[in-house]
Write a new protein. Structure first.
Length: 242
C-alpha cells in the first residue's frame, strides 16, 4: 500500500495539461487531488479543504506563487513544494526564503514528483527524538529539546521545523564535524545528499536566529569543504570548572 494513500494534495497551476499530469500520477499513488488555477483560489482551498501538501506554481494570473506563499505562511504550516523552471535558481531560493518546504523543477518525472512529496511529508510529520534534558550551551543560549524551545538571552526564538531538525542534529554531535552529506540525509532525507544549497541557506537562517554576530559565528562553525560543527560546549564548560 502506498504511503501516500488518501493524502489530500492541492495542485495550484494555471496550465490544465500540467494539472492533469500531476493528478493522474498522484491518483496512481492513491492520493486525493484537488486543484486551483490561481493563488486566490488556492488560499480558499487551503482554508476550506485543509490539504496535506500544496504543489504551488510560480507563474500564475490574479496572484502569483510568491504572493500566495507569503499569505499562506501567515496562516498555515502546510507543506508546500514550489514548482519552478528547471534552472531558475533565483526562484528556488526566493521560494525557500518565503517558507516553501521544497521545490521541484519543471519538467519533472512521476518518480521525482512522488519522491519529493514523500520526503516533505516525512520531514514535516516525523519529529526527531527528543532528549528529556535542557541543553545549556552557555549563559546566552539554552535549548530544551523536550519542549522544542530555543532560548536566546532568555527569550524564546521561533524556529521552523527544518531549522529545528538541523539544530538538533548539530547539537547532538557537538564537537564533531558533520559532513554536508550527513546533515542533508538526516534533515532532508537520503534523496537530498547532493543539494548543498539547502544546507547553506538553512545554516544562514539558524545563525541569524541564534548567533550574536552571524557573520562571525561562535556556535555553528564552518569546516570549509567538509561540513559544519557545533561548538563543543561540554568540553568548554569542563575546562572552566577545572
Amino acid at each position: 500500500m502506498s504511503e501516500l494513500k488518501d493524502k489530500l494534495i492541492l495542485v495550484v497551476d494555471d496550465e490544465p495539461r500540467m494539472v492533469n499530469f500531476m493528478r493522474m500520477n498522484l491518483e496512481l499513488e492513491g492520493c486525493r487531488v484537488i486543484s486551483a488555477s490561481n493563488g486566490r483560489e488556492a488560499l480558499e482551498k487551503v482554508r476550506d479543504e485543509m490539504p496535506d501538501v500544496v504543489l504551488l506554481d510560480i507563474m500564475m494570473p490574479v496572484m502569483d506563487g510568491f504572493e500566495t506563499l507569503r499569505r499562506l505562511r501567515q496562516a498555515s504550516s502546510v507543506p508546500v513544494l514550489v514548482l519552478t523552471a528547471k534552472d531558475d535558481e533565483e526562484d528556488r531560493i526566493k521560494g525557500l526564503e518565503l517558507g516553501a518546504d521544497d521545490y521541484i523543477g519543471k519538467p519533472f518525472s512521476h518518480r521525482e514528483l512522488v519522491s519529493r512529496i514523500r520526503a516533505v511529508l516525512r520531514r514535516h510529520y516525523t519529529p526527531p527524538p527528543a532528549p528529556q534534558t535542557m541543553v545549556r550551551v552557555d549563559d546566552r543560549l539554552q535549548i530544551d529539546f523536550a519542549r522544542r524551545e530555543v532560548l536566546v538571552n532568555g527569550e524564546r526564538v521561533n524556529l521552523r521545523p527544518t531549522e529545528y531538525r538541523l539544530l538538533y542534529h548539530l547539537v547532538q554531535n557537538a564537537g564533531y564535524v558533520m559532513t554536508h552529506e550527513q546533515l542533508l540525509s538526516k534533515v532532508w532525507g537520503p534523496e537530498y545528499r547532493d543539494e548543498t544549497h539547502y544546507l547553506r541557506l538553512y545554516i544562514t537562517y539558524l545563525r541569524q536566529k541564534i548567533e550574536e554576530d552571524p557573520a562571525n559565528p561562535k556556535y555553528i562553525l564552518t569546516e570549509r569543504g567538509i561540513g559544519y560543527r557545533f561548538v563543543d560546549f561540554k568540553r568548554e564548560v569542563a575546562s572552566v570548572e577545572r
